[in-house]
Design a protein around this ligand. Structure first.
Ligand code: SAM
Length: 280
């Protein structure tokens, strides 16, 4: 009999958010693999749990995985926890889970705290469909590339963010995503929990006037399909006008040329502009 690998969510601030099942499993397993043993020991002490711990973090996960898999194959059960929240969500553990699946070791997740869902549901933004992108890249070039990639998505976007980069990220997001509603959820479940709301530009001004400390999640409205449509119609209209003036084309020929340049069919361009053929 192999052991079971439990993926155990732990609180993101407020210790009352631990689940009864997490407490039971942490007491029952043979070993707890922790992102930072010192951090997890504080949690275990609080709940009077005495259990051997072993470190499992981004710098040793490759080597440590084999050791943990061997223990599981010997029949020992292991709980994987991160410093806070749900393991694997912007935290280590995926390599271990993949290896456990390969070796037919049962993997069981214990649901619990994570920062992304409380931030999403307090945002007041569309929550039935959303895109979680983890941390935005630290370098501006890569960050802007990522923002361009997610720009057309019609879903609410959730990003983890550091207080040291929030100004730059908001500034890039405002430039690339334009006018969108957003929130910053700060210190969720903790004493100084707060939610800042506004457009990206308004949030940028708020953060400039009062720098933020602590842990942050940025939630941004997805691309509004109506505004996307309006943008496309404006682009077609302007391009048709330019072609007529610059190339001295009649309206029909200009529309054909613009449709070709935009990679859409002529009928699609007509439809977008809601033009009647008789206008030509
Ligand atoms: N695994 C964790 C989870 O399930 O949410 C996320 C770990 S990731 C390394 C840490 C980031 O999560 C922080 O930089 C912040 O963006 C977000 N975060 C974690 N706890 C938070 C809290 N209490 N309030 C706001 N954001 C938090």
């Amino acid at each position: 009999m192999t052991g079971i690998l439990y993926l155990v969510a732990t609180p993101i601030g407020n210790l009352e958010d631990i689940t009864l099942r997490a407490l039971r499993i942490l007491k029952e397993v043979n070993l707890i693999a922790c992102e930072d043993t010192r951090q997890t020991i504080k949690l275990l002490n609080h709940f009077l749990i005495e259990k051997p711990t072993i470190s499992y973090h981004e710098h040793n996960e490759q080597g440590r995985t084999e050791q943990l898999i061997n223990s599981l194959l010997e029949g020992k059960s292991i709980a994987l926890v991160s410093d806070a929240g749900t393991p694997i969500i912007s935290d280590p553990g995926l390599i271990l889970v993949k290896k456990a699946i390969d070796r037919k070791i049962p993997v069981i997740a214990l649901p619990g705290a994570s920062a992304l869902l409380p931030a999403l549901i307090t945002s007041g933004l569309e929550s039935s469909e959303f895109t979680f992108i983890g941390f935005l890249p630290a370098r501006s070039g890569e960050r802007r590339k990522k923002l361009l990639e997610i720009k057309p998505l019609p879903f609410t976007i959730i990003c983890y963010e550091s207080p040291y980069r929030i100004l730059e990220s908001l500034s890039d997001a405002k430039d690339i995503l334009g006018t969108r509603q957003a929130i910053i959820a700060r210190e969720l479940t903790k004493l100084y929990e707060e939610t800042l709301r506004g457009t990206l530009a308004e949030l940028l001004e708020q953060v400039k006037s009062k720098p933020l400390k602590g842990e942050l999640v940025l939630v941004i409205e997805g691309q509004n399909l109506d505004s996307q449509e309006t943008e496309l119609v404006n682009t077609i209209q302007q391009a048709v006008k330019d072609r007529m003036e610059k190339d001295n084309l009649d309206q029909m020929s200009a529309l054909k040329a613009v449709a070709k340049a935009l990679g859409i069919s002529k009928s699609e361009a007509y439809r977008r502009l809601q033009l009647e053929l008789k206008d030509y």
